[in-house]
Each structure stands twice: as structure tokens, then as C-alpha cells.
Design a protein. Structure first.
Length: 120
């Protein structure tokens, strides 16, 4: 929530020299947390899968702040479950980012979503 995770753009602002600041998932945009977790085309497809899995048909806002992931009209309990799913997907996207960067991994949306389901 405080944008302190070491995204490539955050590392550059801290003086770390990067050979590339592109998102490791899509390789099209600069890697900010907003992009990586919300607006990246890979993340967008994963959010749509999560919406579908949870039976949610709502417009997605493109705000990274955890507190904004509340769905109007759902009970507090259902929103609590949805926030747990939000955390699970954000964590898996971040973990996969690390896997791609440090282990030369490839993007596997099916694996990311399956792991999110397991942890949620």
C-alpha cells in the first residue's frame, strides 16, 4: 500500500542501475507496482479469471490500494473473502515476477491462477 516493494521503477528511483525496467510479465510497459499488479495485460487476464471464479461481474477499478477492493452490494464476509483472494493473486503475481527474473522462468497464467485458487 505504501509502494515500497522493489519494483524496477522503485529500484531506479533508489539509485539501483537497471539494464531493463520493463515488466517481466508483458515486457511492454515500465514495471511499477500499479502496472505489475493491476494494469499489465497478464494481470488483467488473471483478475478476469478471479472475477469469473468468484462469480463477480463488476467493473474493475485500476487502483492498487487494497482498501479499494470492496464490492458494493456484497456482505462484509463476502468482501473479506474477496480481499483474501486479492492478496493471494497479488502475492502470486509478485512471486512469479521473482521466478521470471531470477530463474529465467516463463509466464504461466494457468499456474499463477491455480496457485492463487489454492492459497485463497
Amino acid at each position: 500500500m505504501l509502494d515500497r516493494l522493489p519494483s524496477r521503477v522503485n529500484l531506479e528511483t533508489r539509485g539501483v542501475i537497471m539494464s531493463c525496467n520493463l515488466c517481466p510479465l508483458c515486457r511492454k510497459e515500465m514495471e511499477t507496482l500499479q502496472h505489475l499488479l493491476i494494469t499489465c495485460e497478464v494481470a488483467q487476464r488473471l483478475w478476469i479469471k478471479c472475477d469469473s471464479w468468484a462469480g463477480i461481474t463488476s467493473a474493475r477499478n485500476n487502483v492498487i490500494h487494497f482498501c479499494n477492493f470492496t464490492i458494493i452490494g456484497m456482505s462484509n464476509k463476502a468482501n473479506g473473502v474477496w480481499k483474501g483472494m486479492w492478496l493471494s493473486l497479488a502475492k502470486e503475481i509478485w512471486n512469479y515476477r521473482i521466478k521470471i527474473i531470477f530463474n529465467s522462468g516463463q509466464v504461466d497464467e494457468i499456474e499463477i491462477f491455480a496457485t492463487t485458487q489454492l492459497h485463497a
